[in-house]
Structure formats: C-alpha cells, structure tokens
Design a protein around this ligand. Structure first.
Ligand code: PEP
Length: 247
C-alpha cells in the first residue's frame, strides 16, 4: 500500500502576519496518516521553517532554477531551498508552463536540479480543456512525463512525486470526476510500469484541481490516487485540514 501525501500550493498568496496563524493551525491541527506539506512563496520559507520545524508538516517551494548557481538574476537554486529546510518543490506547475515559458525541456532540467540538490520534486502534468476535448489527454500527459524520463531515467522517480492536474480544473471550481481522474492516474502509472514495475507501484501520484473538503474523500479513495495537490483550499486552515483528514 502506498502512503498518501497532501501538499498545499499557496501560489502567490500570503503575508507575514496572515501566514502565522495559518501555519500554526496546520501544524497543530494535522491528524491522520497522510504526509502533509505546504509549498509557500520564497519569502515565506524562513517563516514556514520557524513555525513548522519539529512538527509533522513539511514545507517546500513552488519552483526552482535549473541552474546550480551563477549569473541568473531572480532565480533560486535547489541548494538555497535546502538551506531553508525545504523537502519538496513543485516543478512544471501549469501556471509556470503557461505564463513563464517552462517548456518540457525546462521542466526536465528543473526536475534534475531539484533531485541533485536533495529535494523531492513534485512533477506536475496535465492537459488543457482544448486538449481534453480533442481527446489528447493521454498523449499530452505522456509527452510531459517522457521529457523527464528521458533525461532523468525511471529510477529518479523513486525519489519524486507526480501530480496530475488537469488545467481546466485548477482554480476553476470544476473538478475532474473521480472516474476521470482515476483513468489518467492509471495511465500515468502504466507509463512508468513500462520502464519499471517497482517504481510504478511505489510512485505517489497526486490529483490536483479544485479539491475541496466535499470531494476529497471520493477522489482519494480511487486506487491510483495517492493524495492531492491543493491550491485555493490550502489557504483556509479548516478546509486544508479537512482535506488532509480525508486522505
Ligand atoms: C494548484 O494550484 O495546483 C491547484 C490545484 O489549485 P486549486 O486547488 O485551487 O484548483
């Protein structure tokens, strides 16, 4: 049996004063067996560490540079994230892919850099609404995964997590049905199984896209859904904790 993971993605939200209560409530309120993490904006990593250190909730970032160091103004390296105690980092979130030019090749390079630094990358994949309507979901998701597999190899995924996030479900209130999500999760696992049955069976594949307390249990009950990547609902302690409890 794979263990479950619930990771919050705060996106570009928060303030030093507002975060304090949210982080403390998550630290104090987390129950159950699922691992829990919050991926916060860079300036709040020190605060996340100060509040969460010594507890059961891990923290991480939402992006990482593909470079180890150097003249890359504005970028943040994996080693810097490790300096702040990060365990996880998102790579290839659809907002990075669509607004900031993170191509499959860039995502693959960021994935490698994260692993090299000792972080657990959470590789985000997912199709747009147009791609789903065109019937190309499997093709798109496989292409996004193959880009990383061909540069890092399947063994890298024994230290990584995959998040399936249909773009049409992120922040829209429109969730993939448990059956729709399960279908893609199974396809993702089969793709990994082609390269390694062992890696595939141990791989945590999270679902993300408008997960709420009311739909989490059914989604997380699907055989290939190993938890969630939670955007909007991770900003409300009560909702996030209810989702963690559902896992
Ligand atoms: C996300 O930001 O990765 C996400 C899934 O957002 P939401 O839960 O708000 O749809």
């Amino acid at each position: 049996m794979r263990s479950k993971l619930v990771a919050g993605n705060w996106k570009m939200h928060g303030s030093l004063s507002g975060n304090q209560g949210l982080l403390q409530a998550v630290r104090d309120g987390v129950k159950g067996n699922a691992a829990v993490a919050v991926c916060v904006p860079y300036p709040y990593l020190a605060q996340a560490r100060a509040v969460l250190e010594g507890g059961s909730v891990a923290w991480g970032a939402q992006d990482v540079s593909e470079h180890a160091q150097g003249a890359f103004t504005g970028e943040v390296s994996g080693a810097m994230l490790v300096d702040f105690g990060c365990r996880y980092v998102l790579v290839g979130h659809s907002e990075r892919r669509s607004f900031y030019g993170d191509t499959d090749a860039v995502v693959a390079a960021k994935f490698t850099a994260a692993l090299k630094a000792g972080l657990t990358p959470v590789l985000c994949v997912g199709e747009s609404l147009a791609e789903r309507e065109a019937g190309t979901t499997g093709e798109v998701v496989t292409r996004q995964i193959d880009a990383v597999l061909s540069s890092s190899g399947v063994a890298a995924f024994s230290s990584a997590v995959v998040a399936y996030e249909p773009v049409w479900a992120i922040g829209t209130g429109r969730t993939a049905s448990p059956a729709q999500a399960q279908e893609v999760h199974a396809l993702i696992r089969q793709r990994f199984a082609r390269d390694s049955a062992e890696v595939a069976s141990g791989l945590q594949i999270l679902y993300g896209g408008s997960v709420k307390p009311g739909n989490a249990k059914e989604l997380f009950g699907q055989p290939d859904i190993d938890g969630g990547l939670i955007g909007g609902a991770s900003l409300v302690a009560e909702d996030f904790l209810a989702i963690c409890a559902a896992a």
